[in-house]
Design a protein around this ligand. Structure first.
Ligand code: NAP
Length: 267
């Protein structure tokens, strides 16, 4: 029996990418799941795939920009399962562009999901996590450490999550709630097919070379292993680890490399 057998795990952004892969992997390990996202049809399909017979998976149409969606889902799920052992605040998207092409409202829209959506998720589940002395996983990025030109809204949001993790891991220790900061490198998901309005174009090509991308399944396995080991942070992929190391110990070198190679995120 794995450590996750009958653990109750709540995942936001479970309809695609890393969140869906986490749901499958936790499902294989015997966890009970609370899956949240706006696209309920996808969640229902996923629930049937994970567990066609029993009621081990609950799904909710939930927009993390709406506090009431989270509260309704969490209240129902707590009554149904009796507890929540783990919250994975994963829902997020990316909006790109140079500052001069964007407006404050663009930053606000992104932050409403990536930062305030994470906060709403935490507020909605914190009582339950305190009761279970559970775990809180927050999905940041390698970009929680490094910001490139053309990417300030997204990197700002992920830097903010790193600060949140650092504060909360201290604040919540007394309540027995442990916090893990997850920093994926490039993962093959839908995130780069979503435009600045938040609309998904399944025909658009991911600009990142497949050689640099990890599969969502591999990402989920690494995340679950890190949670299981009680890590406080997981930086994923070899180049992700290298970038974070360089940024922390030789920041001048990484700034020089960025300027020499004119590295920029294209919008
Ligand atoms: P994805 O395939 O686009 O999945 C994003 C998920 O977030 C979807 O399930 C989407 O569901 C959900 N979501 C977006 N806005 C939401 C909202 N307002 N309310 C509820 N759910 C919402 O992207 P992904 O790559 O798996 O991203 C997951 C996390 O990993 C994000 O936080 C992202 O920043 C982070 N990350 C990804 C990469 C990468 O290369 N893929 C790298 C570093 C970090 P609905 O549209 O159905 O609501």
């Amino acid at each position: 029996m794995s450590d996750f057998q009958d653990r109750v795990v709540l995942i936001t952004g479970a309809s695609a990418g890393i969140g869906a892969a986490l749901a499958r992997e936790f499902g294989r390990k015997g966890a009970k799941l609370i899956l949240l996202a706006r696209r309920i049809d996808r969640l229902k399909e996923l629930a049937t795939e994970i567990d066609p017979t029993s009621d081990r998976v609950l799904t909710f149409a939930c927009d993390v920009t709406k506090e009431e969606d989270l509260e309704t889902a969490v209240n129902f799920a707590r009554q149904h399962f009796g507890k929540i052992d783990m919250t994975i605040a994963n829902a997020g998207w990316s909006l790109k562009g140079d500052l001069q092409e964007l407006k404050v409202s663009d930053y606000e829209r992104l932050w409403n999901t990536n930062v305030f959506g994470v906060l709403r998720t935490i507020y909605a589940t914190l009582d339950a996590l305190k009761q279970s002395r559970g775990k809180l996983a927050i999905v940041g990025s390698v970009k929680s450490y490094i910001a490139l030109a053309g990417d300030s809204p997204y990197s700002m949001s992920k830097f903010a999550l790193r600060a949140l993790c650092e504060s909360l891991s201290q604040e919540l220790a007394a309540d027995g709630v442990s916090v893990i900061h997850i920093c994926p490198g490039y993962v093959a998901t839908e995130i780069r097919q979503i435009d600045n309005r938040g609309i998904w174009d399944e025909d658009s090509l991911d600009p990142i070379s497949p050689r640099l991308m990890m599969s969502a399944d591999e990402a989920a396995k690494q995340i679950i292993q890190a949670i299981d080991r009680g890590q406080k942070e997981l930086v994923m992929s070899n180049y992700g680890k290298l970038v974070v190391w360089l940024k922390c110990y030789t920041p001048w070198l990484i700034s020089w490399l960025i300027s020499i190679f004119k590295i920029k995120v294209k919008s």
